[in-house]
Design a protein around this ligand. Structure first.
Ligand code: ADP
Length: 228
């Protein structure tokens, strides 16, 4: 497909952690660009810095140097409040474990971020139902997470992540907890969503089969993002 406009850019991003007497350099001048409609796999061994990269790109962590440009806006040095607002509106996260609220139904879980943003409940509910349909679990909306299968829970988590129509979806092992067949179906639904909505997605995965179905694959080497 045609690559769209740049949605997310990392420019010279550095991240260091202090562990006891040692200074760990996890990102060391990382450069990366993600375009609209694009799905990119991030494949690297445990401890290489995948979560650090996703959290920095998703404005959960601040870069020690360099910048994160989201939708054309430099975000690295914004205040915590500004970063929170951008996260709420423009960034969707999906994790290996769904983190759905157990006492609420699937529909209510997907409504939640929209209500936080200030949408009317009736609109939030309509959008939630539409997203569930899109994820092909329209009939499961009134069930609580514990009543859903692992694959269904992840579909709900994906629907929740995109409920506010973010610019970018960041996923950390989104199918890592699923059997291969279920992982394939959840990935199909996720990828249809990205293609159809013009979202851009960076997805950390250990699953080479799924990585092979994305547009590009990158890894981390000495704190930099490099193509595979
Ligand atoms: P991955 O997601 O690829 O497994 P991470 O980004 O979680 O890698 O971690 C990369 C390295 O940074 C690891 O060595 C980890 O121990 C270290 N690390 C991550 N977060 C912190 C932190 N908050 N404080 C200190 N060290 C950290």
């Amino acid at each position: 497909m045609m690559a769209g406009e740049p949605i997310l850019q990392l420019k010279g991003v550095e991240r260091h952690y202090i562990q006891g007497p040692r200074k760990l350099t996890i990102l060391n001048g990382a450069e990366f660009m993600l375009r609209r409609g694009e799905m990119v796999a991030l494949i690297a061994p445990s401890g290489a810095g995948k979560s650090t990269l996703l959290h920095t790109a998703g404005l959960l962590e601040k870069p020690d140097a360099g910048d994160v440009i989201l939708g054309g806006r430099a975000c690295g040095r914004l205040s915590d409040d500004e970063r929170t607002a951008i996260r709420r509106n423009d960034i969707g996260f999906v994790y290996q474990f769904h983190h759905l609220l157990p006492e609420f139904s699937a529909i209510e879980n997907i409504m939640m971020p929209q209500l936080v943003r200030g949408l009317a409940p009736v609109e939030a509910k309509a959008r939630a139902a539409q997203l569930l349909d899109y994820m092909q679990i329209g009939k499961r909306g009134h069930h609580r997470p514990a009543e859903l299968s692992g694959g269904e829970q992840q579909r709900v988590a994906i629907a929740r992540a995109v409920a506010n129509a973010p610019l970018v979806l960041l996923a950390d092992e989104p199918t890592g907890n699923l059997d291969p067949v279920t992982a394939g179906y959840v990935f199909d639904a996720l990828s249809a969503l990205v293609r159809q909505s013009g979202l851009a997605a960076l997805i950390a995965t250990h699953n080479h089969e799924l990585a092979g179905r994305m547009d590009r694959r990158v890894t981390l080497s000495e704190g930099r993002v490099v193509p595979i």
